[in-house]
Design a protein around this ligand. Structure first.
Ligand code: SAH
Ligand code: SF4
Ligand code: F3S
Length: 486
């Protein structure tokens, strides 16, 4: 499998396709008397979110207008393959679009993302959903404009799946960011870890780090544009730089990012426990702009299961990192990912998971039932755990985690936290929501004595001090005391 940098000539070809499409869509818009629209549905992780922001960037450049209404004139499904249920959702959706496509032949449907790296999915789409116009895998994302043009010109399905793992400089791509205060910044792509349950190394290719100076340039630009929060992304950020031969590590990058003025929250994910260095924890403890939250997926508390998962750390090593983090970042929070029912997991192994959860007291945990991913090593293990056992264990884990979250929420009551405001809460129109430095979600009101509440959008990206007044099972509630002037 080759790794290639997208060249400036390639970007010229892409930009020229964008220009032609802009003319095409503007002509169409004149014909039908309204601007053409696009809708992107994104499944999966933040890397997919970031990819969708780039697709949106290109579609905006083409003069299309983002809409929530479905179907739009251009519809993109950015898929995820991490667990099986995602597949069914895509096929359900594509089925619904069939009748729409019959009504409107000019409508465009594109499918991309990690599912497109699994051969059976491509075959199924070609056979059962021939009206899909574009298919491309995550490594070919930057080629979307060229493919779109090709499919419009040929009136045929355009497919771009290949074995080259491209690396495209974000500084050369248009990006329409979803949140006006938060910028997702991939620092590396792919994964070399081959955890035995996981499909990602197959869908995202080999690890490749972005150039250090390109990232720093992008971060400086983002700071100038006024972004308050940056999220450095990679499947395993701690292996950043290993492939560059430039003597730059994730620690160097994090330190350099923290020295850029303007960011109030520097976040990063995901940290693999096998690679998280003491230096990273020291840097977190040193710089005020770095969040005091560590997402540290444990997956299981049993050494037997961890070894079979190919995770390269033991329960004891994991707990050592936790201890170090707690010592150096006492106000910090730890979140995790846990898989229940990995092949061969015994009742004792599962209880080891419960006990590590109890011991670490996670502030939040993403819990998953093991899902067989064809092509991965664990899919060939013969000791798969029966579904009823998985369901029962999953219930017990959830109950424990819910209790811990509630206790963690209760510990916050009466204290005042610095919160970065994200916008309107989904619960009620006059309630706002934001995150503390340790990534705790807070819902709060602004009392009239502080300021008159008009439009929630006005507060997005502002920093404020919030006093926590009440703990709910899954969230905390508070009152805004004052805004922080920056
Ligand atoms: N690179 C990150 C995230 C990978 S995907 C990491 O290593 O932590 C996010 C989470 O999905 C994983 O941490 C894991 O808990 C879960 N996951 C991955 N494959 C899975 C599978 N086959 N079944 C169930 N959960 C899975
Ligand atoms: Fe998957 Fe493991 Fe890579 Fe994470 S580190 S993406 S879990 S293979
Ligand atoms: Fe899903 Fe691919 Fe992300 S499989 S979790 S979208 S890397």
């Amino acid at each position: 499998m080759a790794i290639e940098k997208v060249s400036s000539e390639d970007f010229e070809r892409i930009n020229s396709a964008v220009d032609k499409l802009k003319m095409y869509f503007s002509k169409k818009a004149n014909e039908i008397g309204r601007p053409l629209t696009y809708n992107i549905r994104t499944y999966g992780c933040q890397l997919n979110e970031s990819d969708s922001e780039k697709l949106a960037g290109y579609l905006d450049q083409m003069g299309l207008v983002d809409t929530d209404a479905q179907p739009a004139d251009v519809n993109i499904f950015n898929t995820c393959s991490i667990r099986e249920n995602a597949n069914d959702r895509l096929y359900g959706n594509l089925g619904v679009y069939k009748s729409e496509k019959l009504k409107n032949k000019d409508m465009i449907i594109a499918v991309c993302g990690c599912m497109m790296k699994v051969d059976e999915n491509i075959a199924k789409i070609r056979k059962s959903f021939p009206y899909v116009d574009l298919i491309f895998d995550p490594q070919q994302l930057h080629l979307m404009p060229i493919l779109l043009l090709k499919s419009l010109n040929s009136k045929k399905q355009a497919v771009e799946i290949n074995d080259v793992d491209y690396i495209a400089d974000d500084n050369n791509m248009p990006i329409t960011r979803k949140r006006k205060f938060r910028a997702l910044v991939p620092i590396m792509y792919g994964c070399n870890n081959f955890c035995t349950y996981c499909i990602v190394p197959f869908t995202r290719g080999r690890e490749r780090s972005r150039d250090f100076d390109e990232i720093i340039k992008q971060l400086n630009d983002l700071a100038k544009e006024g972004y308050k929060e940056i999220m450095l992304l990679g499947q395993n950020v701690n292996s950043y730089g290993k492939d560059l031969g430039a003597n730059k590590s994730f620690a160097d990058l994090l330190r350099a990012a923290a020295q850029i003025k303007g960011f109030s929250r520097i976040r990063f994910m995901t940290s693999h426990p096998k690679d998280l260095s003491d230096e990273i924890i020291d840097i977190m403890a040193t710089y005020d702009s770095i969040e005091t939250h560590l997402h540290l997926p444990v997956q299981s508390g049993s050494n037997y299961v961890l070894a079979r998962m190919n995770r390269h750390y033991t329960r004891e090593q994991y707990l050592h990192i936790v201890k170090l983090f707690r010592e150096k970042v006492p106000e910090g929070a730890i979140s995790t990912d846990i898989i229940v029912g990995f092949p061969g997991e015994t009742e004792q192994d599962f209880e080891d998971t419960l006990s590590i959860v109890e011991e670490v007291k996670y502030d939040s945990a993403f819990t998953f039932q093991y899902s067989i991913r064809p092509g991965t090593k664990a899919a060939t293990y013969e000791d798969q755990v029966p579904q009823d056992v998985v369901t029962e264990r999953f219930g017990r884990l959830l109950e424990l985690q819910n209790r811990l979250v509630y206790e963690s929420n209760q510990r916050m009551v009466g204290k005042t936290y610095e919160v970065l405001i994200e916008g309107e809460s989904s619960t009620a129109p006059d309630i706002l929501t934001g995150r503390t430095k340790c990534n705790h979600l807070v819902n709060f009101i602004i009392p009239e004595s502080v300021c008159k509440f008009t439009d929630a959008n006005e507060f997005e990206g502002k920093l404020a001090m919030i006093k926590i007044t009440e703990a709910k099972p899954y969230s905390v509630e508070g009152v805004l005391e004052s805004f922080i002037n920056e």
